[in-house]
Design a binder for this molecule. Structure first.
Ligand SMILES: C[S@@+](CC[C@H](N)C(=O)[O-])C[C@H]1O[C@@H](n2cnc3c(N)ncnc32)[C@H](O)[C@@H]1O
Length: 327
C-alpha cells in the first residue's frame, strides 16, 4: 500500500470513522482506488491530506453522496479542484474546542489571581479566541456562561471528573498568528471554513455561522506569519497585568518536525519566567519530546506546560481528564 493509500485508510479508520459516514466511505474507497490515488499523488506532498482534498472538491460542488458519484466528480472536475487544493490549506476552525480549554483557562486565572491574555498560534479565523462569548454544557450539567442564544452553546461530554468552572475567566486581550489568517466577516473565507466541515456534522456548521457572526463584530488581531517567528513578539505585547496563555489546537500536525521542536523549546523556556502558560491540544505524538498517554489514537492530548492533563475529542466534543494539575 502506498503512503497516500495508508494515509486515507488511517483517516477513514481513526478520524472519520464514527464521525462522518460519508468521509469514512470516501477515504476508505480512495485508499483502494489506484486511479484516484494517482491524481492525489500528482499534488505536492503537503497537499495530499484527505481533509484538504475532500473540502476542495466539496467547495467546487461535490455532493455528499455515494462514492462512485464522488469519484466521477473528482475525475471530471479535477482541473477546477486542483487549484483550490493548491491555493487553500486545512484551516478548520472549530469553536467547540474552547470547551476542552475552558477548565484549564479557569484554573490558570484562579491560581494566578489575574485576568488572562490569550495568544493563539495557528488561529485560522480566530474562533477559539473568544471562550468568554460561548456558553458551555458539560454532560447534562448546568449552563456555564449563558451567551444569551442557544446556537453559541458548546456541548461537551466528560470523563475523569475535570475541574469544571462555574464561570468563564476574565480575558483582557486576545491575539493570534496564522500563516494565512481568515476573516470571519468575509463570505469566501466563511464558505471555505464551511467546506472543511465534514458531511453529517450539521451542528458544527450552525455553530460556525453563529461564532463567525459573533467574532466579526470585534475580531481579534491575528497577524500573518509563522508561529515560531511571531510568538516572542506576541508575548511581549501582552498586557503586563495579565497571565499570558499561549495555546494551539489542531495546528502542530501541519508544522514540520523541526518547527514543532523549536516551538516546544521556546514554550518550555517561557514557562519558568513571567506567568506564561502553554496549552497544547494536539493529535497524539504531535510534539516531539512530549509524552502522550496511552489510549485511543483518535483522541487529541491536552498538555498544560508540557504535562498531559486530558485526552480530548478532536472537535472539542469530549474531555477525558487524566489528572488535576495546578499551574
Ligand atoms: C486545522 S487549523 C486549526 C485552527 C484553530 N486552531 C482551531 O482549532 O479551530 C490549523 C491552522 O494552523 C495554521 N498554521 C499551520 N502552520 C502554521 C505555522 N507554521 N504558523 C502559523 N500558523 C500555522 C493554518 O494556517 C491553520 O489556520
Amino acid at each position: 500500500m502506498s503512503s497516500t493509500a495508508q494515509r486515507y485508510e488511517r483517516f477513514a479508520r481513526f478520524e472519520a470513522g464514527g464521525s462522518s459516514e460519508v468521509y469514512e466511505q470516501w477515504t476508505a474507497a480512495i485508499s483502494r482506488d489506484p486511479e484516484v490515488l494517482e491524481l492525489i499523488d500528482g499534488l505536492p506532498e503537503d497537499k495530499r491530506q484527505p481533509n484538504l482534498v475532500l473540502a476542495s472538491a466539496r467547495s467546487c460542488g461535490a455532493a455528499a453522496g455515494p462514492y462512485p458519484q464522488f469519484r466521477s466528480f473528482l475525475q471530471e472536475r479535477w482541473e477546477e479542484i486542483r487549484p483550490v487544493i493548491l491555493r487553500r490549506s486545512t484551516q478548520t476552525n472549530e469553536p467547540r474546542r474552547c470547551a476542552v480549554l475552558l477548565p484549564l483557562l479557569a484554573e490558570i486565572a484562579r491560581t494566578e489571581e489575574r485576568p488572562l491574555a490569550l495568544i493563539e498560534v495557528g488561529a485560522s479565523a480566530g474562533l477559539c479566541l473568544y471562550p468568554d462569548r460561548y456558553g458551555y454544557r458539560y454532560d447534562d450539567g448546568d449552563l456555564i456562561n449563558d451567551p444569551g442564544r442557544p446556537d453559541l452553546v458548546l456541548d461537551c461530554i466528560t470523563t475523569g471528573n475535570p475541574p469544571l468552572p462555574r464561570s468563564c475567566p476574565e480575558i483582557i486581550s486576545r491575539a493570534g498568528v496564522d500563516l494565512a489568517p481568515l476573516d470571519p466577516a468575509d463570505p469566501r473565507d466563511l464558505a471555505w471554513l464551511d467546506a472543511l466541515i465534514w458531511p453529517g456534522m450539521e451542528d458544527r456548521r450552525a455553530l460556525l455561522q453563529a461564532a463567525a457572526g459573533a467574532a466579526a463584530k470585534s475580531p481579534a488581531r491575528i497577524i500573518k506569519g509563522d508561529l515560531n517567528a511571531e510568538i516572542a513578539g506576541l508575548i511581549e505585547a501582552a498586557p503586563a497585568e495579565a497571565a499570558v496563555v499561549v495555546f494551539h489546537t489542531a495546528v502542530l500536525a501541519y508544522v514540520p518536525k523541526a518547527g514543532r521542536e523549536a516551538f516546544r523549546e521556546t514554550m518550555s523556556g517561557y514557562t519558568s519566567g513571567r506567568p506564561v502558560h502553554w496549552i497544547s491540544n494536539e493529535g497524539s505524538g504531535a510534539i516531539p519530546g512530549l509524552a502522550a498517554p496511552a489510549g485511543d489514537p483518535g483522541l487529541f492530548v491536552l498538555h498544560h506546560n508540557g504535562t498531559a492533563v486530558a485526552r480530548t475529542g478532536p472537535h472539542g466534543q469530549s474531555l477525558h481528564w487524566l489528572q488535576r494539575v495546578l499551574p
